[in-house]
Structures are given as C-alpha cells and as structure tokens.
Write a protein that binds this ligand. Sequence first.
Ligand code: ADP
Length: 729
Amino acid sequence: NPTDVPGLPPGVPEFLVDSGIEALYPPQAAAVDAGVTEGDSLVASVPTASGKTLVAELAMLSSVHRGGTALYVVPLRALASEKKAEFERWADFDVEVGISTGNYESSEEWLSSRDIVVATSEKVDSLVRNGAPWIDDLTCVVADEVHLVDDPNRGPTLEVTLAKLRRINPDLQVVALSATVDNADEVADWLDAELVKSDWRPVDLRTGVHYGDAITFDDGSQREVPVGRGERPTAALVDDALDDGGSSLVFVNSRRNAEAAARRQADVTDRHLTDDERDELAALADEVASVSETETSEDLAAVVEKGAAFHHAGLSAEHRSLVEDAFRDRLLKAICATPTLAAGVNTPSRRVIVRDWRRYDGEFGGMKPLDVLEVHQMFGRAGRPGLDPYGEAVLLAKDHDTMDELFDRYVHADPEPVGSKLAREPAMRTHLLATVASGFARTREGLLDFLDRTLYAAQSEETARLESVVDSVIEYLVANDFVERNGDEITATNLGHTVSRLYLDPMSAAEIVDGLRDADDPTPLGLYHLVCRTPDMYQLYLKSGDRETYTELCYERETELLGRVPSEFEDVRFEEWLSALKTAKLLEDWASEVDEDRITERYGVGPGDLRGKVDTAEWLLGAAERLAVELELDSVVAVREAKKRVEDGVREELLDLTGVRSVGRKRARRLFEAGVESRSDLREAEKSVVLGALRGRERTAERILENAGRQDPSMDDVSAAETAVDDGD
Ligand code: ADP
C-alpha cells in the first residue's frame, strides 16, 4: 500500500492513491522492501510496463525529501522531455524538474536549483567533463534502460558515467532500471545494489507466431486468423483484433516502412469506425496537420483521419504526443512504429505485431536479426491493464521453417546476457583521455583503479588484459600529444583537454590535426575528405565500378587531398581512402548546390542518410576549426568556410544570404539570380523583385525581409501585377 511506504514526502502516498495507484505492484513492493525509499541502491530487472518508472519516482522523491538532488538518465534525447513532463506532476510537492539537453560544452549551472534533472548519459558525461559543480550534490541517480550498457556505441558512456558519479559520491544511491536480462545479478554486483528480479506483469501475455491461417501460441493453443487473397497477414491481424475491439501496435524496421504500413492499415481501421469516431478523428487530423507545414504532417494527418498512425524518431514531439494520447484513448486503432516506441513510451495495445524481426545494420553489412531483448521489449507493450483480459504478441512467418525458427529464436528464448563494450578501442581511447583530462585519474594506477569500478572490470576475469589495453591506449595518447607523462604522473595537454571537451574520438582528432598541419589553404574537398577519414564518420560503401571511378578522381584531385595517398597495394587502407573520397564528394556536391534528389540517386542513399552525413560533417568540421584555433594553424578560415558551406548546402557566394533566417539554399539561389546578392541587398531591394524570387509568397517574403533587418517588411504596398512569378522549379 502506498501509505505504508517509508521515506516519502507527506501527502505523496495519498496523491498516489488518488491518481489510481491503490496498491503497489509486487515488484514495486519488493523494491520498497529492499530500501529504495531509504537511500539503498537497487537494480530492478522487470518486464516492460510493470511500473519501473514509479520505483524511480519513489526513490527520487524520498531522496529529495531528505534534502538531496536526483538525476534521471535517459537513453534517448527524445525521451527526456517526456520524462520531464511526467515528473512535473510532483510540482505540488515543491519538487522542481529540469532538463539538460543541447550543447555539450556548457556546464548549465542553473540546473543546481532543480530537485530532479533529466538528461542523456552523453550529456551527463559531458557535464562531468566540464566540471559542472552541481554534479557534486547529487544523492540519487536513476539509470533508465540500463541493459543498454550492452550497446557497442553508447553503452560505454553509460557505464563510465555511472562509475564516475559513484566515484564523486561514494554514498550515491543508484537505481538501475532494466528489462529482464539473464545476468541482472552481475549488474547488481557491479553497482553494489540489491536486486529485484521478476517476471510479473500487470496483464497476462500470450506470445506466438502467425503462419498460414492461424496464430499458434506458446502454450500450443491456436487462434484462427485467415488471410484473404491479396490481403497481407498484418492487415488480417489488425482486422481480427478490431473485431474484438482491440487495438494493434505494429513494429517495422524503418521509418519509410512505418509510413507505408500505416497507409495500408488505415484502410483496415477505416472500416471499423463509428460516426462519432470519424468526427473526432477529423478534428485530430486537423490538429496534426497544423503542427507544421511538412509532408510528414500531411501524411500523418491523412492516416489519422482513418484511425491509424505511424510513429518514429522523425516525428516532432507534438506529433508524438498527439498520436500516443489518441491511441491510449482508443481513438486511434493501429500504430505502425519503429522500435523507438518500445523503448520507454507508455502505449500499451491489445495486440503487438512484430512484423520485421530483421533490420539493416551498416556495420554488419546486411540484414541482421533483432536481439531477443529488443523483441521482448516490443512484446511487453501488449495488454492494457484494466482494459484487456490479456495481451497478445505475434511474430509473422511466411513458411513452416520460419515459424519454427521464430519460436526458437524469440518465443521460447531467454534474452541475451548484457556485457560491457568498454574494451572496444574507440571507447577506451575516448574515455581514458576524458578520465585524465577531468582529473579523475593522474597515474596509470589511478586509471586502473578507476576502471576497476566499471562493469567491464566486474565482468572480466583477467586483469592482465585490462592492463595491456590501458598501456597501449596511454602510449597512443602520449604519441599524439594528448597527454604527457612526467615520471608517474599523467596529465592532459591543452590539445588533449580540447579534444576531450569536443567529444571526439582521439583517433579522429589525431587524423584531423595531422591533415591540417599538412596544408595552409586547404580546399573544401580536401577538408571533407579529411573528416570523412575519421572513425567518427560512417563512410559510404564502394559499389561495383566505384573503385575505378574514385581511383581516377583520387589522382585527378590528389593535390587537394591532405596527407599521403596510401599505395594501391595497401589494399584495405586504399579502399578506405576511396570510401572517404566518395563520401567527401557527396558533401562537395551538396555544398555546390546539386539537387537533393540528384544526390540521393547518384550515391544510392536516402534523404535521411544525406542529412546524417551533413550533420556529422558539420560537427567534425566545427571540431576541426577549434583544433586549428588551438594549434594556431593558418587553415582556420578555410575550415570555417567549408563548414558553413556544408551546413547550408551552398556555394561561397550565397553564404551571406543563407545567414538570414528562413533563407535556405534554393531561395538564396533564386534571390541571387534576381540580383539580390547579400543581406544588405535584401534591406534595399525592390520588394517586387524579392517577392518574385520567392514565387509570390507574401508572408515568406515579409518574414525574410524582417529577418534581414528591414524597417518596412510589409508587402501590402506591392501589387500582384508588379510581381513576375517565375514558375519553373
Ligand atoms: P515501465 O517503466 O516498467 O515500462 P511504466 O512505469 O511505464 O512501466 O508503467 C506502466 C503503467 O502502469 C503506467 O501507466 C503507470 O501509471 C501504471 N502503474 C504503475 N504502477 C502502478 C500501480 N501500482 N498500480 C496501477 N498502475 C500502475
């Protein structure tokens, strides 16, 4: 019973009862028994949707009540604002919630006035690196989805961050929330925490595989769900759930698939709507469409009107919450989602359909089966407490063999154990440098001692291996001038401090520094190639024929490339050099105003990939600029310009115009061609000329003139006849 929980601020138990929490769920009660509201550390390894968040809230509220400060670490930036909104219900108890996202390089001192701070682990890591003082005052830290320590890219940061926070305050209470994993006891040992491990769920779960005309469940029972001719199994399953009044959540493997599937499911849900629902959905669709003037808005509105939706990381926060709320209110009948929804967002559904159990993996180089853990988290979204008698989670099989495989692989399987990925070289390089730079360790022994607090050390048998990894990383950092050794003492150089604060892999920094030292006046292509060579950039693959094309380009423009071209006999290095060149050429095309469609076609990438490359290049060039400043190199100006061009996707002559808000690459080019070549031209130009270049869009023109600092931006005095609207694209 909430009223029996010790340590909570007065009034909180009654508030919980009023908001429908009349009794604690068994894992919650076990957590309270383990002392979670009395400052004791805890690992809670329980299924999705069985009330982990409340465990965290009880811990944080009691810690704040004792005069402390709590930190809630989320795995995705997108979840931070959701959690903040959730915790704001404690405002009546004088608990102030803050959120820390954004710029990596600030210490955000204002956060010290908050009682609960929500942040990603990357953000917390950088706050520690930048010496944010309020970090010292933390009394309770919650790590949400702690099983993600297993993630090769982001896991090490979470692991090291927890180790650092515990080092700063040895009495820190750590509450780690995890999906059910095999070796939760190891995680608990590492964190010196009590373990609550449970399979309990608020609603029963049946899992199974659909094949042919039926779902076969784990207990051997079957439910007939025939698939009509020309019908897709997913549609049949959504239809069947709706016949019983149940909603469906369909998991697919990409944004594009989510949108396409939603369009198909909309035709199914449409058949089940009442007249009232139709009216409500029409209103909701209007609201969705008015969020932004984008294609996504329109596409989403079009399916929402028929009772379906898509959900992926590309949706704005407003779209997401409109969709999630309407699904919870049972107005929307089906959501087609990428797995981001399984992580953290509370949207239970009668039926969960895991349509795609493989996903494209760049590092793997093909379609890779999802982890059991991930699929079980999707399963966990099945069943709405108090509404459904049970939840159903279904995989799809095309043939009998696949059905057997899916039963073995997911239905009857236990999730994988989680393991530290800290031994991976980029992670070790980055984190050892950061540990030295932020003063956490000053000697080899100090580093080893610090690493001893990580999950990696807790899990590895041989300390000898750890020592040899550390020694080779120290050698590397010394050789590249990031740290200095003075007898036993190891300290970061100025360059090392800068690299650590920039959040770069030291190997990327070393490559960039070498390249910049090699050139006084590098060209954009040379700089793009340089940053594309670093381990922080995912390069494009060479397709058949590409080797010849880019070998030729490599020799044609050899003088522009920074550093020595590897010999063609150094096969692997030469191949990488060419992949980087292909990626650099894509960036050069973008910065030369080649059309987006042309680029995606020419390089065989999606618009999202192009965006991703541009963002990464912008970040790396920003870092390169800082390094050039630090080392007082002549290339600073060239780097800055190459960065601005890739940021805006324009040639040099348009940079002044694209500096004006609301002027993108296309508008800038049209203005330029109409003779309006700069920001100051915008302030002086004939309004009709500006309006013509902007295709007669008056509101846009007014906004742009205002942004350019014009005194009289109004277009009211321009008559339509004066405006020559050019209709070509
Ligand atoms: P998890 O974090 O484990 O995935 P959540 O914390 O999102 O699960 O909880 C799922 C839902 O269960 C939430 O809507 C929450 O309000 C509700 N809930 C949690 N604990 C209780 C309880 N003791 N009684 C009733 N509802 C609860």
